[in-house]
Structure formats: structure tokens, C-alpha cells
Design a protein around this ligand. Structure first.
Ligand SMILES: Cc1cc2nc3c(=O)[nH]c(=O)nc-3n(C[C@H](O)[C@H](O)[C@H](O)COP(=O)(O)O)c2cc1C
Length: 294
């Protein structure tokens, strides 16, 4: 359960790492939910190639929010997601409050369970992380969208040069139902000549390298807010997912791991179920409660 909405299991495929769930529909059906690639008001071509660089313990990406725009998403993609058995969460991005509000208003379809406000993309020039770094903007944006949607409202926070506990409180105060913690961390990859390797120059680091920091953030945010926290960052297996639940997350999102093997999230669901049975889930509920009291 997340803010009164039932999910079949606590594992969700993270935005940008599972497309729109169309390519791997069989896997998508078995997960708690999938988050779509970010959708903007107008189509975006994204950043120049190359867009992904492998680094020690993860990848740095500068995809730059390439997407077909809300209109095409509604007419061409959403109808194909009609009978999805898992929860559909649409990740939305923009550079101004008005853009987020317009998109939210256009997504009233029944098949969508939640909107995830992306206030944390590190590889776009306008909007993205700049919105999520400022608690006042987080507040204004969240409350503006809250007034226009009845969907579950999730705010995806950044931990780049900002305390996510502060922005999580801002989101909670303005009507968010849950927060996702964290998006990618700023990264720069240089080639053998010392020149930026990625077409977008800088990008966002993800994968196991960010897991300890992501866990730290989840622990910190869970102690600061009453709304549920969705943990994300470097989850590669069931044990990682279990640790996020112990740190105070109610659900988890899996990103980079899906790029290695597309059925990794489903494997994590099964591994997590075994671990929870072995450790007796009651025990980790106690841990979670104790942490929330901090
Ligand atoms: C290639 C790629 C594209 C991404 N695109 C988005 C996006 O469109 N919107 C978003 O909110 N997060 C996006 N993310 C961030 C992931 O959803 C996730 O928050 C982040 O990668 C950390 O989790 P991980 O370490 O499990 O990958 C993207 C990540 C990657 C690797």
C-alpha cells in the first residue's frame, strides 16, 4: 500500500530505464508498477550522442529527457498500456510550474495511478534539478499540481547540493502523497584527452556507486516526513531492496539494473520475498518504526 493505493508488490521500475513498459510488457505485468520515461509538454530530442558512459560501479547518462511529448504519449502510447496489470506511474518534467500543471491536467485517464513530478533531472539546462534544489519552488510546484489532479502525487527529489529532508518536507506540506529519493547524482566523465565524453558534457551517475548515499538519504528523509518514501539508487538485488525498506522506504524503484538485464526488477521481487520471509518481515517493520521516531 502506498498512500491508500494497493500495489501487488513493493518493486517499481524506475523512470527512464524501462521505456514505457511496452518492450518488456511480460515483465512489467509482474511488478508493483512501472514509471514511464519523463514526459514534457512539447516533444524533446534529447542531448547529443554519446549519452551513456560506463564508470566504476555504475553509469553516467545525459539522455536529456528525450520523449515524444504529452500529445503523442496520450494518443500513441497510453492506449497500448490499457490492460497493464501493474500500476502505471507517469513521470512528468518541465521548466515552469505551468507546464507541469498542464501535463497533469491532461493525464486524468483511469489507467494512470500516479504522477511522479521529476524535480531532479541533472542533465537538462532548464528545470530539472534547479527546481528540486529550491524548497520554495518544490512547494509552489507541488501545490499547483495538487490542486489540479486527483491522482496519487509523488515528488521525485534530488540530493544534488540540497538536503532532501528539507525539500521532502516542502513537498509533504504542499500535498504530495509520497516522495521518491533519489534521482541520479551529478557526474562528469572525461576521455583519454581530458575532454568530456558525453554529448551533454555532464550527466547523472546511477547504479551501485550511489547506493550508500541513497540509503543515507532515505534514512534521513523517512525520519523527516510522515508521507511514504520510495527508495531508489543502486538497487541491484533483493538484499539491496531489503536494505532500503529497513532504512525506512515503503517501496523501492529499480533503475540501472534494468539496463543490464530487463527482467532484473522481477528477480528482485522474488528475492525480496524470500529475504522478508527469512528475516520475518515483522522484524524489519520494527526497525522502520524505530527509525521514523528519530
Ligand atoms: C538512462 C537513464 C534515464 C533516466 N531517465 C529518467 C527520467 O526520465 N526521469 C526520472 O525521473 N529519472 C530518470 N532516471 C533516473 C532513474 O529513474 C533513477 O532515479 C536513478 O537512475 C537512480 O536509480 P538506479 O541507481 O537504480 O539507476 C534515468 C536514469 C537512467 C540511468
Amino acid at each position: 500500500m502506498l498512500a491508500g493505493v494497493k500495489f501487488r508488490n513493493p518493486v517499481i521500475a524506475a523512470s527512464g530505464t524501462f521505456g514505457f513498459g511496452l518492450e518488456y510488457r511480460q515483465i512489467a505485468q509482474k511488478l508493483g508498477g512501472i514509471v514511464t520515461k519523463a514526459i514534457t509538454l512539447e516533444p524533446r530530442a534529447g542531448n547529443p550522442m554519446p549519452r551513456i558512459a560506463e564508470v566504476c560501479g555504475g553509469i553516467v547518462n545525459s539522455v536529456g529527457l528525450e520523449n515524444p511529448g504529452i500529445q503523442r504519449f496520450k494518443t500513441e502510447i497510453l492506449p497500448r498500456l490499457r490492460n497493464l496489470k501493474s500500476r502505471l506511474i507517469v513521470n512528468i518534467a518541465g521548466s515552469k510550474t505551468d507546464e507541469f500543471v498542464q501535463i497533469a491536467e491532461m493525464l486524468e485517464e483511469d489507467q494512470i495511478t500516479a504522477l511522479e513530478l521529476n524535480l531532479s533531472c541533472p542533465n537538462v539546462r532548464e528545470g530539472g534539478v534547479l527546481l528540486g534544489q529550491n524548497p520554495k519552488l518544490v512547494k509552489n510546484l507541488t501545490s499547483a499540481v495538487r490542486k489540479r489532479t486527483r491522482k496519487l502525487l509523488i515528488v521525485k527529489l534530488t540530493a544534488n547540493f540540497v538536503d532532501p529532508a528539507v525539500t521532502a518536507r516542502a513537498a509533504e506540506d504542499s500535498g504530495a502523497d509520497a516522495v521518491t529519493v533519489i534521482n541520479t547524482l551529478f557526474g562528469l566523465v572525461l576521455d583519454e584527452n581530458g575532454q568530456p565524453l558525453l554529448g551533454g558534457r555532464t550527466g547523472g551517475l546511477s547504479g551501485p556507486a550511489i547506493k550508500p548515499f541513497a540509503l543515507f538519504c532515505v534514512d534521513r528523509v523517512a525520519a523527516a516526513v510522515k508521507i511514504p518514501v520510495i527508495g531508489c539508487g543502486g538497487i541491484m538485488n533483493g538484499q539491496d531492496a531489503y536494505e532500503f525498506l529497513c532504512a525506512g522506504a515503503k517501496m523501492v524503484q529499480v533503475g540501472t539494473a534494468n539496463l543490464i538485464t530487463p527482467d532484473r526488477s522481477w528477480k528482485i521481487v522474488r528475492e525480496l520475498a524470500v529475504i522478508c520471509r527469512l528475516k520475518k518481515s515483522v522484524q524489519f517493520k520494527k526497525v522502520r518504526k524505530a527509525r521514523c521516531k528519530k
